[in-house]
Design a protein around this ligand. Sequence first.
Ligand SMILES: Cc1cc2nc3c(=O)[nH]c(=O)nc-3n(C[C@H](O)[C@H](O)[C@H](O)COP(=O)(O)O)c2cc1C
Length: 317
Amino acid sequence: MDKIKDILPAVILAPMAGITSYPYRLLNRGFGCDFAFTEMIDVRSLTYNSLKTKAMLAPQENDSPLGVQILGEDESSLSQALDILESYSFKVIDFNAACPQKKVTSKGKGAALLRDLKKLSRLLKILVKKSKVPATVKIRLGWDESNSVSDLAKEIEDTGVSAIFVHGRTRMQFYRGSVDYQAISRVKKSVSIPVIASGDILSESLAKRMFDETGCDGVLVARGALGNPWIFKRMKLFLETGELAVAVNREEVARVMREHFRLYTTFFEERLSIVKFYNFFMWYTKFFPRARTFRRKLMYVKTAKQMLEIIQEFSDS
Ligand SMILES: Cc1cc2nc3c(=O)[nH]c(=O)nc-3n(C[C@H](O)[C@H](O)[C@H](O)COP(=O)(O)O)c2cc1C
């Protein structure tokens, strides 16, 4: 089995449900993203042979190295799902103990497992035992502030996982408040396996701050990459040389929007491509003047041709 340190680079595209599809990963890889994750996959949907899940996992061209992230709470479904995953060539299998959404935690999955460490340990031990590639886990700092994150990290390390991804917020914080650098640093000091930090990696300077203040081995880029694939190259440049790349102009943004949308229409049906691209249009354009005027117009976009026209309108404005 390859060593986790040889597999994971310093900057990684985080798993994001509804976002990190194949065409999205491909776009980011073109901008220097060296490792990506799939969207979160529920182990039960894998065992039910769901067509949607199969499509999400289908091997694709130029999409390596890739990690898969799984979600679950039931030991036998996890075990069955791992049997199925054996035929894929993911480099890492990551277990989600971080998702804060009520529809997930109410079923005992995601961050809910941070309140049931015995169960989380049992699930992780199954993963470690059955996986042919390094097994990792993504956690938050706890359900709320009442637990000790160092104890949590040590207990997780004892399961034999190869690395811990930690989002520096508790479940009760959802995405609110700022990330807790000190708590991530405590995680790093408590274990000897690599710790990859997540939370507010929104710019190259915030990535550097995360490395400096926590001693982490890597960072996950999540919201920082939405409408901003340039972030990967910018981060590499800044972390390696301390240089800040110049801001991208309107023409470059429009060029990448076209490329992003083209990748979507190649992979998804026209209607779905448009729906998935709405938010990206906002994210790409949010720092430009009059971005709001496009918000209203976007609601009337119903065809790929109209989407390309509105991107052109943005470029010319
Ligand atoms: C739209 C969206 C979807 C997400 N989906 C997942 C997911 O499926 N699995 C996961 O572990 N984290 C998920 N996350 C959390 C991110 O991976 C990351 O930990 C979090 O956004 C904090 O990083 P940031 O502050 O840099 O965005 C998601 C975040 C966003 C914004």
